[in-house]
Design a protein around this ligand. Structure first.
Ligand SMILES: [Zn+2]
Length: 116
C-alpha cells in the first residue's frame, strides 16, 4: 500500500513537515515520473522499527521515548497521555531539539502502526 506524504501524515496524525523530516532521516520513498512522492506503508513500518530500536541495550523507562531527530532515548518533556480506543499514546517533547515525540503504550514500541 502506497501513501502520499499527506495521506501518511493523516494516518499517523503528524504534519507533512514531519514526514519531510523523516525522509531526510532516511525514510524510504519513491518518486514517480511526475515528481510525486510515495511511501510504502510496510517499508515505513520497518523503517520506524529500525530507527526506534534502542541502541543502549536497555529498555526505555516509562517517561522516556526515542527521538527520531536526535536518534537517542530522551526523557519526555510535558508528557501527555492520549487514548484512541484501546491504544494509549504518549506525546511529549524532546528536551534536546524540542520536537514532538510519540510513544506507544506498550514497552519498546514508539508507535503502533497498522499500515500496509
Ligand atoms: Zn530530539
Amino acid at each position: 500500500m502506497w501513501y502520499t506524504p499527506a495521506e501518511l501524515g493523516q494516518e499517523l496524525g503528524v504534519s507533512a513537515r514531519t514526514i519531510r523530516e523523516w525522509q531526510r532521516l532516511g525514510l524510504p520513498y519513491r518518486r514517480d515520473e511526475r515528481g510525486h512522492l510515495w511511501i510504502d506503508g510496510r517499508q515505513f513500518a520497518a523503517w520506524v522499527k529500525e530507527v526506534s530500536r534502542p541502541r543502549l541495550g536497555r529498555r526505555l523507562n516509562p517517561d522516556e521515548a526515542y527521538c527520531l531527530t536526535c536518534r537517542t532515548a530522551v526523557k519526555l518533556v510535558n508528557p501527555t497521555r492520549q487514548q484512541h480506543g484501546h491504544q494509549v499514546t504518549m506525546k511529549g517533547q524532546c528536551p534536546n531539539c524540542g520536537k514532538a515525540i510519540y510513544r506507544g503504550g506498550r514497552h519498546g514500541e514508539s508507535t503502533k502502526l497498522s499500515l500496509g
